[in-house]
Structures are given as C-alpha cells and as structure tokens.
Design a protein around this ligand. Structure first.
Ligand SMILES: C[S@@+](CC[C@H](N)C(=O)[O-])C[C@H]1O[C@@H](n2cnc3c(N)ncnc32)[C@H](O)[C@@H]1O
Length: 309
C-alpha cells in the first residue's frame, strides 16, 4: 500500500511543479518511496505505512522520523508564514538526520526565498543523560542510551548535500541546547520547531527561543503528546509565561496507549502540537489563535537551567 497521488498535482501541470517537488521531497525524506523498514525497539523492524504516516517509528535509513502528517503540517506552517510575511528564520531544535530541516530548506528553495535561514540545533551525539536534580520530570529517561538517535554533523550535512540543499542558508548549532541556544546569533524566528523529547531539551528551547518568535509565528512541539516530560515542560513554560491559548493537535490525540511496548514515553500515539507564539494572531491552517504574552524569559525554569550552566 502506498501513499495516494496528489490528484491536483497530477492534473494541474501549469501551477504545481513546486507542489510536486515538495511532495516528492516528503516522500523521500520519510522513506516512503522505498518502504524503508523501522529500526526502533517496538515496531518489529518492518515498514508499516500507517506508522510512517504518523511518525510512530524510527526509520532505518530515511532522513526524518516525524511522519507525513507532521511534515505536511510543517510545510503548511512554512507556506503560511511566507504568505503572511511573518518575519524571521526557521529553527528545529533536535534534528536527528536533518529531515525536517531539509524540508524547511526545500520549501524555501521551492518559493525562491533567499532572506531566511534554516537553523539546525543538535548535539549531533544523541540526547543528554537526564539531570533529575534540576528536571525531575526527566528522571529515568532512557533516550540517551539509544545509539540510533546519535547522528554526526558530517552525516547530517551529507544528507542536506544529497538533496542539493546544503548552502549558506543552512546553519548548524552543535552542542547541548543549554549551551548553544541562549547565545545563538538568531534575531527573529518565524518558525520554532522543538523536537528534543525531554523536559530539559524542551524547556531549554522554549526559554531561549520563544521570545524570538515573531508575532504570528508558529511554535511546534513534536513530542507534546508522546512524551509526558515534554508536555510537562510546555505546561510549565505556559504557566510561567501566562500563556493560555489552546494547543492544537496535529496527527493524533493524547490518549495513552496501553499497548505501547518497551517505552511508555515513546508510545506509538505520537501526536504533536502547536503552541501559539507570543503576541499577535496566528491564523494558520490549524486555526491557532495567538494571544498576548510579555515573552520574557523570567520563568523559574529558565533561572534553574541558567544556574546549571
Ligand atoms: C527525535 S530526534 C529528532 C527527529 C528529527 N526532528 C526528525 O526530523 O526526524 C531528537 C534529537 O534531539 C537531539 N537532542 C535532544 N535533546 C538535546 C539537547 N538537550 N541538546 C542537543 N541535542 C538534543 C538528539 O541528538 C536527537 O538528534
């Protein structure tokens, strides 16, 4: 079983080469065209289309694990900020093999955009060991033990190059988020995509970067529905910043899945969510309504992580 053709793309040749290109990029980045098998500890090493569409597995060779629904959401968010002229760069914190950032760069290329940068933040050596003293929600987290989650900078840059998308509009922030994000030379963001799984990683991203998101920009939290600690970080940050706009689900629901084997925190119900950016109105296809927030990093969690540095 394959992903069905994009009917409009096939019948509307005059306007849709851009759409065809991005659609093909997504299929390649997700390993859909060659049915790349899974390598995670819970799906049995097979290619399962439904898992891949919903980002519920770790592909063996494909360049992104976020799944088609979340990738299309990302593409939609990019097209939205381009259409609405929301100023700023794009960043993903937690890029693994780079697939979501490659998609960001591809969409910029498709639209001929030359004044935005795609920032790629990662340790390029996997996730940190949990710091339970500072972040109790991360206690017992095992992500750092999974070797497939550690992908080197060289490998990621090679992945960009394979698609012909490695240029000066792609910049890399190598190191732990707590060290690289606070001083990153980023002026403004139109899209902030957080995909670091853990409480610490999510909170470090929000604390350092949320205030840089332009009014009307889009904040996406990949693991909000999949990793309880990540959700807790978002909840704590929103409370500290007095953000109360609704969070919109992208590709699932928040139902805990009792059948999830091996790791409850990585249950296969792997939904994502957007958190509205500070100030302004965000009329995305997800109908997120932005609100007002002073967007200062005055929350106690920011202070805690700063103290740890
Ligand atoms: C789930 S993977 C990201 C998947 C990716 N977005 C994609 O498109 O497939 C999580 C990544 O976050 C990185 N990461 C998590 N926490 C981090 C931290 N505190 N500092 C630096 N990198 C971190 C890991 O190295 C890993 O590459």
């Amino acid at each position: 079983m394959s992903v069905p053709a994009d009917a409009a793309s096939l019948t509307d040749p005059g306007i849709d080469n851009r759409r065809r290109y991005v659609d093909l990029m997504q299929r390649c980045l997700l390993g859909l065209i060659y049915e790349d098998p899974a390598q995670d500890p819970w799906t049995g090493g097979k290619f399962d289309l439904n898992n891949r569409l919903l980002g519920r597995d770790w592909p063996l060779r494909a360049h992104s694990m976020i799944g088609k629904a979340r990738m299309e959401n990302l593409r939609g968010a990019i097209e939205y900020v381009l259409k609405e002229n929301v100023p700023g760069d794009f960043i993903e914190t937690g890029i693994w093999r780079g697939g979501a950032c490659i998609l960001m760069r591809a969409v910029l290329a498709a639209y001929g955009v030359t004044d935005r940068v795609v920032w790629c933040a990662d340790s390029f050596e996997g996730l940190p060991e949990p710091n339970a003293a500072l972040y109790p929600a991360d206690a017992g987290d095992e992500h750092h033990t999974f070797a497939p989650l550690a992908v080197s900078l060289d490998e990621v840059q090679a992945n960009f190059a394979h698609y012909g998308l490695l240029d000066e509009r792609v910049r890399f922030l190598k190191g732990w988020f707590k060290d690289t994000l606070p001083g990153a030379p980023i002026a403004r963001l139109a899209i902030l995509r957080l995909d670091g799984d853990m409480y610490e990683s999510t909170m470090d991203g929000l604390s350092a970067l949320y205030a840089k998101v332009s009014p009307g920009g889009v904040v996406i939290v990949d693991d909000y529905g999949a990793v309880a600690a990540c959700k807790q970080a978002v909840t704590d940050f929103r409370q500290a910043q007095q953000i109360d706009e609704p969070i919109r689900d992208i590709d699932g629901n928040e139902r805990a899945d009792a059948s999830a084997p091996v790791r409850a925190r990585a249950h296969p119900q792997h939904p994502s969510a957007r958190v509205p950016a500070q100030r302004g109105i965000c009329r995305t296809d997800q109908r997120v309504r932005g609100g007002v927030c002073d967007a200062r990093c005055a929350g106690r969690y920011y202070d805690e992580s700063a103290a740890a540095r």
